[in-house]
Design a protein around this ligand. Structure first.
Ligand SMILES: Cc1cc2nc3c(=O)[nH]c(=O)nc-3n(C[C@H](O)[C@H](O)[C@H](O)COP(=O)(O)OP(=O)(O)OC[C@H]3O[C@@H](n4cnc5c(N)ncnc54)[C@H](O)[C@@H]3O)c2cc1C
Length: 383
């Protein structure tokens, strides 16, 4: 099935119009200053993107994953950083709905979920540590129960959104050996004594997204802040990655499409040797490769999202989508810089920002090597 539903096309159209009018104009300036725009965060919500995956009773519109992917794809076409900030924050808010007990849902729907859906707040996910990234089970951050409180010690790195002024807190993956169970996810609100946030990390791309190292030093949070059942933390996080991969793949797809559009247009206008450079076969080759990969990427992303919606196994397809689309988007940005020539290397040219930004996409939400491992595992090759 190659066509999108009427509703999906309508969402795509609405988000595209919003993005072109309100997100694109300031994207380069936000990147240059490394500033996150809190007003824009609210506008993304007003357009309806933040509520798409949430039930109506909490202010959402209960749409399917593919529709949400199409919306984020449009945002990523002009500002990958904004699409990642939005995705991370919503993923944590969603965990409250999917993992929370009825009591937690009542408590945090008002405090966390609704403000995030309204675009007034953000959240972060604290999984990666200085000594453990791909190897999630190697984390050392520890939470010990002391009466009615968790006492957390450890450190997390590369945490998106943690330092934003409107960040409500971070969902932290911890070892909880005191209970002899393994791993739990615990929500740590910003401002909790013992929760420290380092200055922003300096990055080669995605500069208007906030990325920090965070520390927990005898940080105490109420027992109820553990989301999900005892010992379920790692499994829940890993399951979240399966869906997250389809979403990150979608943002990379958006960036690749935009590189293709910008480079095609430029190739038709730019004249060398008395003809448009689009007439040169080597330039055509780069553009046709980009076009083919965008088409193939869309097919595998759509398939993964549809399998998910149908409740069918989608882990292999999600990993393939993440692997193929992020790698080919990286190549698309590279080709786009090449086609723009010297101008492509200048900060004023959008593709130079895309080239820097996309580099994170083959790393975050599971590296390419991890996706290949997952595909091999799902193919039954590991025995
Ligand atoms: C912009 C950005 C934002 C991020 N945001 C967040 C966030 O919000 N929250 C969070 O928790 N983390 C976040 N991360 C961290 C990200 O998830 C990790 O960087 C990623 O999982 C890789 O972990 P690592 O950096 O420790 O690399 P490592 O795991 O040390 O990997 C190093 C290299 O070894 C390879 N490798 C590792 N294991 C294997 C294997 N089994 N087989 C083959 N190759 C292997 C990797 O593929 C990679 O090439 C973010 C990262 C970036 C760049």
């Amino acid at each position: 099935m190659y066509e999108y539903t009427e509703q999906q096309e309508s969402v795509r159209h609405t988000v595209r119009a919003f993005v072109r009018k309100e997100v694109a104009p300031g994207a380069a300036a936000r990147d240059a200053s490394g500033q996150f725009d809190y007003q824009l965060c609210k506008r993304v919500a007003e357009v309806g993107v933040t509520g798409m995956l949430f039930p109506e009773e909490v202010g959402g519109s209960n749409m399917d994953l593919l529709t949400y992917c199409l919306a984020l794809e449009e945002i990523a076409r002009v500002d990958l950083a904004l699409s990642w900030t939005t995705f991370v924050s919503l993923a944590v808010a969603q965990s409250v709905i999917t993992m929370g007990t009825p009591e937690q849902r009542v408590l945090w729907t008002e405090r966390v979920v609704k403000p995030v859906i309204r675009g007034e707040a953000t959240t972060g996910a604290g999984i990666t540590e200085p000594d453990a990234g791909s190897d999630n089970a190697g984390i050392k951050t520890r939470a010990v129960l002391d009466g009615e409180e968790w006492v957390i010690n450890g450190s997390k790195i590369f945490i998106t959104n943690a330092g934003l002024e409107n960040c409500l807190g971070v969902l932290v993956l911890c070892r909880t050996e005191s209970e002899g169970l393994g791993f739990d996810t615990i929500f740590v609100p910003t401002g909790t004594p013992g929760y420290k946030i380092a200055p922003p990390l300096k990055k080669m791309g995605l500069r208007s997204s906030d990325t920090r190292q965070i520390y927990f030093e005898d940080c105490r949070v109420p027992r109820i802040n553990r989301l999900g059942g005892a010992g379920e933390g790692l499994d829940r996080i890993v399951s979240g990655f399966f869906v997250g991969r389809i979403i990150i793949a979608s943002t990379a797809l958006g960036l690749a499409e935009e590189c293709l559009a910008l480079a095609s247009e430029y190739a038709k206008q730019r004249v060398a040797f008395k003809r448009p450079i689009a007439k040169f076969q080597y330039v055509q080759g780069m553009l046709t490769d980009m076009a083919l990969n965008v088409e193939l990427g869309r097919l595998i992303r759509d398939k993964a999202a549809r399998l998910h919606a149908q409740g069918k196994p989608f882990i292999k397809e999600a990993a393939m989508a993440k692997w193929f689309i992020t790698e080919t988007a990286k190549q698309a940005a590279d080709h786009a810089v090449q086609i723009f020539g010297g101008m492509g290397f200048m900060d004023d040219c959008p593709v130079s920002r895309y080239y820097r930004d996309i580099r994170a996409a083959t790393i975050g939400e599971g590296t390419t090597e991890i996706q290949r491992y997952v595909v091999a595992r799902e193919m039954g090759l590991l025995g």
